[in-house]
Write a protein that binds this ligand. Structure first.
Ligand code: FEO
Length: 173
């Protein structure tokens, strides 16, 4: 059984993960529209992963006898200035998610809630990987440049990441 405070904090995390899923879905559509299939595929995969992140918490709350709430998700933006702005926005959102996960970890320590502390370790690792990946992409864009002639090469770089991800085992909910 988790505390009401922990239950509420985890339900807040569901909102953040759910928003990330819909934000990335919106970005996938923008990338498709701009003729960037590699980036579109990447954002679709990120969107699917965020839904899995949301559902893992949802199931966890039920498992520990709490009450998981289906989130209200605000409308994400549909327009982006450029591909660099889009990836900077992803990176900023991931940093926000990391801060929220750290807050949950702090709360689980404060409450001596070892079960939730253990559950959250997967998210700590996942956030480290996601932030590193976004930093990598932003560094690549800085090297290539983000003018119109560079978009093709940026898309090819992201496609390489997609190929590697396709070989990795899928995450279960
Ligand atoms: Fe689940 Fe990338 O935050």
């Amino acid at each position: 059984m988790i505390s009401i405070q922990m239950q509420d904090a985890l339900n807040q995390q569901i909102v953040l993960e759910g928003y990330a899923s819909f934000l990335y879905l919106s970005m996938a559509s923008w990338c498709d529209h701009k003729g960037l299939p590699g980036c579109a595929q990447f954002m679709h995969r990120q969107s699917d992963e965020e839904r899995v992140h949301m559902l893992k918490i949802f199931h966890y709350i039920s498992e520990v006898d709490g009450f998981a709430r289906s989130p209200e998700i605000k409308q994400p933006p549909h327009e982006f200035e450029s591909i660099v702005e889009l990836f900077e926005m992803v990176f900023a959102h991931e940093q926000k998610v990391t801060a929220a996960i750290n807050h949950l970890v702090d709360l689980s320590i404060k409450e001596n809630d070892h079960t939730t502390l253990n559950f959250l370790q997967w998210y700590v690792m996942e956030q480290r990987e996601e932030e590193a990946q976004m930093r990598f992409i932003l560094d690549r864009i800085k090297l290539i440049g983000d003018g119109p002639q560079c978009l093709y090469y940026i898309d090819k770089e992201v496609e390489e990441i997609n190929k590697k991800a396709a070989k990795a085992p899928a995450t279960a909910v």
